[in-house]
Design a protein around this ligand. Structure first.
Ligand SMILES: *Cc1c(COP(=O)(O)O)cnc(C)c1O
Length: 369
């Protein structure tokens, strides 16, 4: 322990203060749904879809579903990905992107990441391309936009569709354009901890292609355009009215919350430089992920000083039992595997006070000093 620093408690994440900050508006939104007595596929969903699409630009459509993983799966199906097709995907974003590829009936082809940005290394597209590859899943990891110009150019040259995974990047921009508008379609998660989070599970598909939107709508409910009449096979994945009402309420705060995340990131970047390797300066900082050669020791040291951290993610997907069959085993994705040993996520959320960030930086600077 460092005697000179009185221990503070800085949890890795807490959601109650964010709810508290807008509690009357959330109560009003939920009450509206209760009073109406219409709980699925109603006016709140329609309104949220309209607002979420408009937030990203004109001529876009959003399709609400019940999770981010389903948004990816239904997004693939809407792009025409079928059994036997292959999808290029990174292995460092946890399991959901890879699970969604498999759930869509396709095979993941694992690509390595750029060690500086943690996102798909565009050069990997040319290295990993296979005859059956039909799409690329691009994850804007931790809130940092991937190198979309280069990715799109290579995707076009190989005839691949591009699905963006924006689960960690609501409101992020790439060259002045919002992520989610840079590929053929995009999938968002509104898991409670995301930059835009529901009070439970929810997700959405965003696209500028009306045919893709149409197929996604069929895909979220039994292939119905008309009730009880299936045009295509589909199960069910609906965003409920309470989540839609809550998300419309919270969408109005997204930019201000992202600005607060960026402010915290700036504090970390200026006060913790030298103590750890810092992430890129751009993005909406869903997570603030530093690197350290002695990651586990650093995590334990921060815990001793009352600071919560997490590792996103400890085991790359290509090394996990259900998905190892699709990959080349240990050593096949060197950057991904090296990052998995080095990454550590520091606390970052809009309600985190400046003095807590300061305290984390002070403790970081004493580590190994
Ligand atoms: C959270 C997340 C998902 C999955 O979203 P759920 O709503 O939990 O299904 C997918 N991809 C990434 C990168 C995520 O962070």
């Amino acid at each position: 322990m460092t005697a000179s620093l009185p221990t503070q408690r800085v949890p890795f994440n807490v959601l109650a203060p964010g709810v508290q900050a807008i509690r009357p508006d959330l109560d009003a939104a939920i009450t509206r749904v209760l009073d109406r007595g219409w709980f699925l596929m109603g006016p709140e969903l329609e309104e949220f879809e309209r607002q979420f699409a408009a937030y990203h630009g004109s001529n876009l459509e959003a399709v609400g579903v019940s999770s981010g993983t389903d948004a990816l799966r239904i997004g693939f199906e809407a792009l025409g990905i079928q059994g036997g097709d292959e999808v290029l995907v990174t292995a460092n974003a946890g399991v959901p992107p890879v699970a969604a590829v498999v759930a869509a009936g396709a095979r993941p082809v694992f690509c390595d990441v750029d060690p500086a940005t943690h996102t798909l290394d565009p050069g990997e597209i040319d290295r990993c391309i296979t005859p059956n590859a039909k799409a690329i899943l691009v994850v804007h990891l931790y809130g940092h936009a991937a190198d979309m110009d280069s990715i799109r150019q290579r995707a076009a040259s190989h005839g691949l569709k591009v699905l963006e995974d924006c689960a960690q990047a609501h409101g992020a921009q790439y060259n002045g354009r919002p992520v989610g508008t840079l590929g053929d379609a995009a999938a968002f998660s509104f898991y409670p901890t995301k930059n835009l989070g529901a009070l439970g599970d929810a997700g959405a598909i965003l696209t500028g292609d009306p045919r893709v939107a149409e197929r996604a709508r069929l895909g979220r409910m039994y292939g119905w355009r008309t009730r009880y009449l299936s045009e295509a096979h589909g199960t069910v994945s609906r965003m409920d009215e309470i989540q839609a009402a809550v998300l419309s309420t919270k969408l109005a705060h997204l930019d201000e919350w992202n600005a607060r995340r960026r402010h915290i990131a700036e504090m970390y970047r200026s006060r913790a430089a030298g103590a750890v390797e810092l992430p890129p300066a751009d993005g909406v900082f869903h997570l603030f992920v530093v690197q350290s050669r002695a990651r586990n020791g650093l995590q334990a040291y921060l815990a001793e000083h009352g600071i919560g951290t997490d590792v996103h993610y400890p085991l790359p997907a290509h090394l996990q039992p259900p998905y190892a069959q699709y990959g080349g085993g240990p050593g096949s994705l060197p950057n991904t595997e090296r990052l998995a040993r080095r990454v550590l996520s520091l606390p970052i959320y809009p309600e985190l006070p400046d003095d807590s960030v300061d305290y984390v930086c002070q403790v970081l600077r004493t580590y190994g000093a």
